[in-house]
Design a protein around this ligand. Structure first.
Ligand code: 4NP
Length: 152
């Protein structure tokens, strides 16, 4: 199973989601491949935001080695599932999909917890540390659900 996490900058939410999924999969002894990307190009090559790194370290997970990249049309072939964080990411990701099979791979990540509601993981970039902790908790719960379904 290959899972791609997508946000806008690929320095806050999606690298956190990638790190959490990778960590939880390891704890469960599951072999999955994870990566993340941004719909935007502003932060290509950058490490995750320091506040995202710190929020993850508070939970014992290191993501300092990740580097931002931009979502590419080939990602729809490479990955089995593509999870987006908010409505804007969702729409921008779908706009790059060329086939129905590709479109079917794209899903708002919080729909794993609240099916069909298209709830959003709020962008923590312009806020404080508490926003990053809140994002961690949402993504943690969603990633647990994703892995539960792989088991089932
Ligand atoms: P992310 O957060 O999409 O969760 O990585 C953002 C990072 C940077 C910007 C916006 C959101 N920005 O405007 O530079």
């Amino acid at each position: 199973m290959k899972i791609l996490m997508v946000c806008l900058g690929n320095i806050c939410r999606s690298p956190m989601a990638e790190g959490i999924l990778r960590h939880q999969a390891q704890l469960r002894g599951l072999q999955i491949e994870t990566d993340s990307a941004g719909t935007g190009n502003y932060h290509i090559g950058e490490a995750p935001d320091r506040r995202a790194q710190a929020a993850m370290l508070r939970k014992g997970i290191q993501i300092h080695d990740l580097r931002a990249r931009q979502l590419h049309p080939s990602d729809f072939d490479r990955f089995d599932a593509i999870y987006t964080m908010d409505r804007s990411n969702y729409n921008n990701t779908l706009a790059l999909a060329r086939t129905e099979a590709h479109r079917k791979k794209v899903k708002p990540i919080l729909d794993e917890l609240f099916p069909g509601e298209h709830r959003e993981v709020p962008d923590p970039y312009f806020g404080g540390d508490s926003g990053f902790d809140a994002v961690y908790q949402m993504l943690h719960d969603a990633c647990e659900r994703i892995l539960d379904q792989l088991h089932a």
